[in-house]
Each structure stands twice: as structure tokens, then as C-alpha cells.
Design a protein around this ligand. Structure first.
Ligand code: ATP
Length: 226
């Protein structure tokens, strides 16, 4: 199996997070093997997912019977039962699964998951809390953290960068950010109504919507300045 974006994924633990993830992957055309230790959970999802099975993911023999090593990508979505989450992640790592994602409920849990072999650790509650905080403050209309210190935001520009071509507004040297796309508030007749790529000649107007990338503190400052 190649590691393409549509390569099959095994999702273990079908609480709210694991279920939403498995259903969305399936909807997007990715083959998903969904596993939960609770038969009632599996039964409830049988109509929504094509491959959903009952198994204890801390049992190496059960994983072997499911031919888990045929999958190169796995998500451990068990949260509350930290011991099961860690054991499952360690087993998947021992089996050589190449891309293991694991859900953590706190920083200590996250650290252990990384040490036992998780390649990516996510904190759904924390991540969503941070995102909503950004959406509630300043003029940030949307916010995606793409790395520990880097984000893409949707916002409106401060007054002092409007009315001049982007090449003259010295956005990188003064603000440390890059405007990558613009959606005009009042498009000129015949001009596109949605987002278009920004160029050095683009002139922003107050109230336009812009997609901006940069270090988190820089994009926040850009969005908080009127
Ligand atoms: P969410 O917040 O996403 O609803 P949660 O953090 O409360 O989930 P848990 O309830 O701990 O997560 O686990 C999610 C699912 O994982 C449960 O349906 C549970 O049955 C399953 N699960 C827990 N341990 C195992 C295991 N060893 N093998 C397989 N499934 C397991």
C-alpha cells in the first residue's frame, strides 16, 4: 500500500473523536478499518462505516488477526483509558506501522505517546480551545495553526497597509507576514468575487478579506491592529 493521502487508515477507539474521524475519512473515499473494544459501539456504527470490528487493541494477537501490518497509517483515538492508549500505540510501533497518530488528553500523556512511538500527537480539546480563542479575539475570521509557531489566518487588513500596492506596504519587514490571497469587499465590475492570489501589484482596501501566513505572534499582531 502506498502512503498516498487516500492510503487505508486504521482508526482505533470510536468515541466522538474517532467516530468523526473515521466517518469523514470514509466520506472522502479513504478506506478505513474502524476498531473498538465495545461491541455495542461497533454495532451502532455498523450502518455508517463499511469496516468496523470489535477487538481489544492492547491484545497483540487480536491486531495480528486483523492483519494490522497491512496498514501504514493508524490513529489511536482512545482518550480516557490512558493505559490502553499507550499500550496500543506501543504495539503499533513494535509492528512497524509507519505513520501513527495518537490522541492525548494531557501533556504528560502526549509525552509518553511520543516516547512509545507515536509520530504525531493531537490534543483535540486543547487545539479547539486555542482556535476558538483566536476566533473570539481581534478580527481573526478563521485560524489554522500549521506548525508549532506558524499559522494561516483569515482577517481584514490594518488601515496602514491599505491603498498602496503590497510591494510598497513592506508587509514582511514591518509586520513579518505575507498576504497570499485577497477577497475584495467591493469587487470591481467584472472582477472575481471570491479569493484571488495576491501579487506585488495588489492594492488592499479597508474591509477586504485577506489570507495571511506567518509566525503566530506576527499574524496575531497584524489581525489585532486597526
Ligand atoms: P471522545 O472524547 O472522542 O468521545 P474519549 O476520550 O472519551 O473519547 P474513550 O471513551 O476513552 O475516549 O475511548 C474511546 C473509545 O475507545 C471507546 O468507545 C472505547 O470503547 C474504546 N476503547 C478503549 N480502550 C480500548 C481498547 N483497548 N481496544 C479497543 N477500543 C478501546
Amino acid at each position: 500500500m502506498a502512503d498516498t493521502p487516500t492510503a487505508p487508515v486504521v482508526v482505533i477507539g470510536l468515541g466522538r473523536f474517532g467516530t468523526a474521524l473515521a466517518v469523514e475519512l470514509d466520506r472522502r473515499g479513504t478506506e478505513v478499518l474502524a476498531i473498538d473494544g465495545n461491541p455495542a459501539v461497533v454495532q451502532k456504527l455498523a450502518g455508517r462505516l463499511p469496516h468496523v470490528v470489535t477487538a481489544d487493541s492492547t491484545d497483540a494477537e487480536a491486531l495480528h488477526q486483523l492483519d494490522i501490518t497491512a496498514f501504514h497509517r493508524a490513529v489511536v483515538a482512545i482518550g480516557t483509558d490512558i493505559q490502553a492508549s499507550i499500550l496500543t500505540t506501543a504495539l503499533l510501533s513494535d509492528l512497524g506501522i509507519r505513520d501513527i497518530w495518537a490522541k492525548a488528553v494531557n501533556a504528560q500523556h502526549a509525552g509518553i505517546l511520543s516516547r512509545v512511538g507515536a509520530h504525531h500527537v493531537v490534543f483535540p480539546e486543547n487545539d479547539m480551545g486555542e482556535r476558538v480563542a483566536h476566533l473570539l479575539s481581534g478580527r481573526i475570521l478563521d485560524y489554522v495553526e500549521v506548525d508549532a509557531d506558524f499559522a494561516v489566518i483569515k482577517t481584514t487588513p490594518p488601515r496602514d497597509v491599505v491603498g498602496v500596492p503590497l510591494r510598497e506596504s513592506r508587509l514582511r519587514s514591518r509586520w513579518g507576514v505575507t498576504v497570499v490571497a485577497v477577497k475584495p469587499q467591493a469587487p470591481a465590475p467584472g472582477a472575481p468575487r471570491g479569493f484571488t492570489y495576491a501579487t506585488p501589484d495588489t492594492v488592499l482596501a479597508y474591509g477586504d478579506i485577506v489570507l495571511v501566513v506567518g509566525a503566530i505572534d506576527k499574524v496575531e499582531r497584524f489581525a489585532e491592529t486597526d
